[in-house]
Design a protein around this ligand. Structure first.
Ligand code: FAD
Length: 309
């Protein structure tokens, strides 16, 4: 059953992992007793694997997808970007995925590498990639597309961004996977707006678990420019671990204690977000697992996600 069919029928839940750079990291992810095996125990509807814009890590991406496929436990979904690629190159890579039994993809433009002003490839936007895949491959792929509840960081307006999302639907996308969004008001506003714009595709909400203070701040401020709700700011400030240049007193070095209490509060925040999304009747929950399983397992179990998505 395709993920699109599952989302039509009932609520779904899934994970996202990334291809590790080192052999040791790969072993920890796909090896015996590794992270993937622990994630399978939670019965996800699919596991997606990221793809380096430009295809730099395509070998490792395929190795992870092969492992998921070979397990027979869940559906592998690849992320795929059109950055720096020709139409021929894209066709070749997508044929390779099909040969490996991977027929689900998240069709993306990809993040532009520093200093680039365009994709330097034959296709310029995800809308074109979706159209191209449908033209060349018909219905062989189930196609997810990215949606940004706060607007893509480079979009000229939220309305323009939503009109391009509508175009992805018109070109034949099957469902939407969203960018992280920690502010429920932003998310609700976006959901209303996309439904008013005639976008009826199922929405699979991307959730970034809040586990690490530096990563959370980096994600919000330098990567996505997303809204930090008051509650999340309070969690950060109560557990602040960075030296303050204006402090006269020596820096409080209880860094480990604060990291632990930050994580505890972050996990609670993440579980509350899952509750809110579910109460909103959302179609799917997609947890960015960050190649970890302990905290993710706790979130899935304590939120009840495993038993009643
Ligand atoms: P697009 O939809 O093409 O949008 C890009 C920008 O162009 C937006 O500002 C949009 O408003 C504008 N735009 C769109 N269409 C048009 C048009 N026709 N004319 C003019 N302007 C237009 N990146 C990776 O490199 N690898 C990954 O594995 C990866 N995984 C991701 C997973 C998820 C769930 C999400 C949400 C994002 C992921 N990304 C990944 C990041 C993504 O590649 C970036 O956000 C990228 O900058 C935009 O990709 P997109 O598909 O949203 O682009």
């Amino acid at each position: 059953m395709s993920v699109a069919d599952i989302l039509d029928e009932r609520r779904a839940f899934s994970f996202e992992v990334f291809p590790p750079k080192t052999d040791a990291g790969m072993e920890k992810l796909i090896g015996e007793g590794g992270v993937l095996e622990h994630l399978y125990e939670l019965n996800p509807d699919y596991i997606s694997c990221t793809y380096g814009a430009g295809g730099g890590n395509v070998g490792k991406n395929l190795e992870v997808l092969d492992a998921i496929k070979a397990s027979g436990k869940t559906t592998p979904v690849t992320h795929f970007t059109c950055i720096g690629n020709t139409k021929e190159g894209i066709k070749e890579q997508l044929n390779t995925y099909l040969e490996h039994g991977v027929d689900h993809m998240l069709a993306l433009r990809g993040d532009l590498p520093f200093g680039w002003t365009g994709t330097n490839g034959d296709l310029h936007y995800a809308t074109e990639l979706v159209a191209f895949v449908r033209k060349e491959f018909g219905d062989k792929f189930t196609i997810a597309v990215a949606g940004s509840p706060e607007g893509h960081i480079a979009c000229r307006s939220l309305d323009a961004d939503i009109s391009f999302l509508r175009q992805k639907q018109d070109e034949g996308a099957d469902y939407i996977m969203t960018q992280l969004c920690w502010d429920m008001e932003q998310f609700e506003r976006w959901l209303d707006k996309i439904r008013n714009a005639g976008i009826w595709l199922p929405v699979d909400v991307g959730i970034m678990p809040i586990l690490d203070q530096a990563a959370t701040i980096n994600m919000a401020l330098s990567r996505n420019g997303c809204v930090m709700p008051r509650e999340l700011c309070e969690i950060i400030s109560k557990n602040w671990i960075f030296p303050n240049p204006f402090d006269k007193e020596p820096f409080d070095a209880n860094v480990e204690g604060k990291k632990a209490s930050f994580k505890e509060a972050g996990i609670e925040y993440t579980i509350k977000q899952i509750d809110q999304y579910r109460a909103m009747g959302i179609d799917g929950i997609h947890l960015y697992a960050l190649n970890k399983y302990e905290d993710v397992t706790r979130i899935v179990k304590e939120s009840g996600l495993k038993d009643y998505v």
